[in-house]
Design a protein around this ligand. Structure first.
Ligand code: DUT
Ligand code: MG
Length: 428
């Protein structure tokens, strides 16, 4: 029995593992289909997805059946084996009793021992086979438990608020487990209160660069100094309290709009403060237009917001936190030019005396930046102020010319060209 159990220990363990893997694949596919249901519908891929699900589901059925078949062979085999052993034992003892080698009393005692011995051994065998599935589950859980937890509170908590002086000194960065550097040799200096604009094509590393500041990732080489101290000496918790970030992909929780805006603010906030933050993000009037105003639920149980509305609410959320250092990662990409103008004017006050990183695509947004960095495949290809960059050949001037040409063509068409606009465009 022990021999057979050990054999099955290996077999069942393996079958169980492949079954579990398939189950994971199936739930993954189901989850993707549900979250991406709009895309599936838009591309009329229902049948394709159903068929793909069917294939994976069939495979899970096949592996499950194999596992069940194994158990179905193993259990009766050990049962038959125990039964045969018992019958043999009874038979031999009966023959001995008949020949008078043992007494009948002894035979009865012996039969009792035999029953008491064989069933536990049969059960032990089953246990061994079951342990193998336990091991498989355990190692799968361990894979998750073993992952390093981000040490949130390790490091310094300076008493004074951040001034926002930042030095990037030959910083290189590679995503863990991935090949190829995403940022190469980044050097620049930011004085407290300055506004830094980052421009560059998609995938050039803009988000990666600003994500280094709240220590979402740690850089591989070089140094980043924040107020004179190496960034990695600060605790992540402290940095994230001090740094307000509006992420590129807006995310809202399924609660009220008010709770979404006040998210992450630990002190008591008045309605007036919430309204002010919403006004700065040009979303106050939009919210009031909803039937329940600030108490309107977002998401499945409430209203579905447009991309631009979501983005502005996340902007209000960060504004309300009143951070020492502000990062706006493409924070106005989903709003129209006019709304962007409103937001820009409202944010101007917020950015005052506060180090701000602004990732933008429209030259209009970066005109007044103290430093503009143009990223190209992870390198800073150009840096300087608007006036400096526009007077030298390069990417920035190209983008600038392109955008102002489109704009002036548009404006000429509308026939509303204002004299003031031309001041921004120097003679080229
Ligand atoms: N990258 C990774 N892993 C990640 C995130 C990004 O390998 O978790 C890669 C993709 C890309 C490069 O890093 O090749 C830079 O990505 P980033 O998101 O920084 O680019 P971006 O400048 O912010 O692009 P976009 O304008 O599209 O937001
Ligand atoms: Mg980005």
């Amino acid at each position: 029995i022990l021999g057979i159990s050990l054999f099955f220990f290996v077999k069942v363990g393996h079958a169980y593992e492949t079954f579990q893997e398939q189950e994971a694949r199936l739930s993954n596919q189901l989850q993707e289909n549900l979250t991406g249901v709009r895309v599936v519908k838009a591309f009329a891929r229902q049948k394709y997805e159903k068929d793909a699900f069917e294939v994976e589901n069939e495979e899970k059925y096949r592996r499950g059946r194999q596992l069940t078949l194994m158990h179905a062979t193993y259990w009766p085999t050990t049962d038959v084996l125990s039964g045969v052993q018992m019958v043999l034992g009874f038979y031999v003892a009966a023959v001995m009793a008949l020949h008078g080698e043992i007494t009948v009393g002894m035979y009865i005692a012996y039969a009792g021992f035999l029953i008491a011995l064989i069933w536990p051994i049969r059960n032990l065998g089953r246990l061994i086979a079951d342990i193998s599935t336990g091991f498989v589950s355990f190692s799968r859980i361990q894979k998750i438990i073993r992952l390093d937890e981000e040490p949130l509170y390790e490091g310094a908590y300076p008493e004074r608020p951040l001034r926002g002086e930042i030095v990037f000194d030959q910083v290189n960065f590679t995503y863990e487990g991935e090949e190829g550097e995403v940022l190469h040799d980044i050097n620049f200096t930011v004085r407290p209160g300055q506004k830094i604009a980052i421009m560059g094509g998609t995938g050039s590393g803009k988000t990666s660069l600003v994500n280094l500041l709240p220590r979402f990732y740690d850089y591989s080489n070089g140094r980043i100094l924040l107020d004179g101290a190496e960034l990695t000496t600060y605790s992540r918790d402290y940095l994230r309290q001090q740094i307000g970030i509006v992420m590129q992909e807006p995310f809202l929780f399924s609660t009220t709009i008010r709770q979404n805006i006040t998210y992450g603010v630990t002190r008591q906030v008045t309605d007036e403060e919430v309204y002010a933050a919403a006004r700065a993000a040009a979303v106050h009037d939009v919210i009031l237009a909803f039937p329940e105003g600030y108490d309107t639920l977002v998401g499945e149980r409430g209203v579905t917001l447009s991309g631009g509305q979501k983005q502005r609410i996340t902007l209000a959320r960060t504004t309300l936190r009143d951070p020492s250092l502000l990062i706006l990662d493409d924070a106005t990409s989903s709003v129209d030019t006019e709304t962007e103008e409103i937001i820009r004017n409202a944010l101007r006050e917020l950015m005052q005396n506060r180090t701000t990183f602004l990732i933008a695509h429209r030259v209009q947004s970066v005109l007044d930046a103290d430093l503009i960095l143009v990223l190209d495949h992870g390198r800073i290809s150009q840096s300087g102020t608007h006036v400096e960059l526009v007077n030298q050949p390069g990417t920035y001037r190209r983008i600038y010319n392109l955008q102002s040409r489109i704009e002036s063509e548009l404006e000429a068409e509308i026939g509303e060209l204002e004299v003031g606009d031309w001041e921004l465009i120097p003679n080229l």
